[in-house]
Design a protein around this ligand. Sequence first.
Ligand SMILES: NC(=O)c1ccc[n+]([C@@H]2O[C@H](COP(=O)([O-])OP(=O)(O)OC[C@H]3O[C@@H](n4cnc5c(N)ncnc54)[C@H](OP(=O)(O)O)[C@@H]3O)[C@@H](O)[C@H]2O)c1
Length: 348
Amino acid sequence: MSIQQWTTDLTGLSSLVQSTAPLPTPGDNEVLVEIRAVSLNYRDVEVIKGEYTHHKSVSGTDRKVPCSDMCGIITQTGPNVTRFAVGDRVLSTFLPDHLTGQVTEKELSRGLGHPAPGVLATHRVFAEEALVKAPEGLSDEEASTLPIASVTAWMSLAGRARKGTVVLLQGTGGVAIAGLQIAKALGATVIITSSSPTKLSQATALGADHVINYRTTPAWDQEVLRLTSGHGADIILETGGAQTLRKSLECIAFGGLINCIGYLSGKIDDPEDDRINVNLLVLRRTVTLQGIINGPRDRFEEMVRFYEERGVKPVVNKVFGFGEVREACGFLESGGHFGKVVVRTTMN
Ligand SMILES: NC(=O)c1ccc[n+]([C@@H]2O[C@H](COP(=O)([O-])OP(=O)(O)OC[C@H]3O[C@@H](n4cnc5c(N)ncnc54)[C@H](OP(=O)(O)O)[C@@H]3O)[C@@H](O)[C@H]2O)c1
């Protein structure tokens, strides 16, 4: 029996090729998963284009199956499997060895979809310790969005955001919308930015307390201060990067936390001058800057319990068929989505 898969040599979306491969057999402590849905991340498009180059230990240009986030069903267990049984519905973890605590270079060097083989296939073998039981009450497509976007937002907010905390989210992509849902479930006040009035209305419908169009209000940092009577945002999910960090440092509350997550506005603001006096800007409002790289499996499992208890349902904006992977990646790259973009791998 053979499986269907997509591979890329990391030279662009046109390098994506659909092919067949032999059905793999699970070894010791491994399981075979029939993959039902794969959720795309900004990182996947970067990987496919050969632009995911900012981690020293993540390199290589060998042709590989991309993507890291999936929901599937276990169809076969190898010897000595104890955590799961055939029929269990499971989710992948971005860094399969990162089970608890602080991430290390070693764990980072085994990320799914680059440099390790990814999940954009109909079947894949996983180490049982690298999987998490999928939450009840979510469709395969919804559940597939949890490993990167939701866990990253969870790591930024859990244990910190509560009633009265002001949370600022940038844009309406996967991390920001997961952040909106988690922050609201924790009782926080949410301010969210977007370039699109339609998406701002969607964010309001999801519970955002204040919305700002960052195109028509380029001084959105001042608007955050105005909306909070000068207090600022207690927690910021800094997904914008080059063109947003300086403004985040202007509208963070005294003693606030900026979670450094992404670089949607670029990795370098001005190639002639990429200096930003972070030292002064951070001390000025006694800020904590925290780098986030996803989260360990135990925090993922904690988040799954939270989603089940609170009935949080991830926002899937569009589902593509398995033959439409290039179109799905192109849609994600265009930034036209609100929340998550998913590829359905089977007809079940
Ligand atoms: N560190 C980690 O563990 C981690 C985990 C996940 C993601 N990330 C990174 O975090 C970033 C967000 O990831 P994602 O998956 O949420 O991406 P995404 O779904 O592709 O987000 C796309 C959205 O970003 C918004 N955007 C673009 N430029 C912006 C700007 N200048 N200011 C504010 N928003 C802007 C747009 O929202 P509007 O259309 O509403 O304007 C766009 O629709 C990426 O850089 C990704 O690599 C890091």
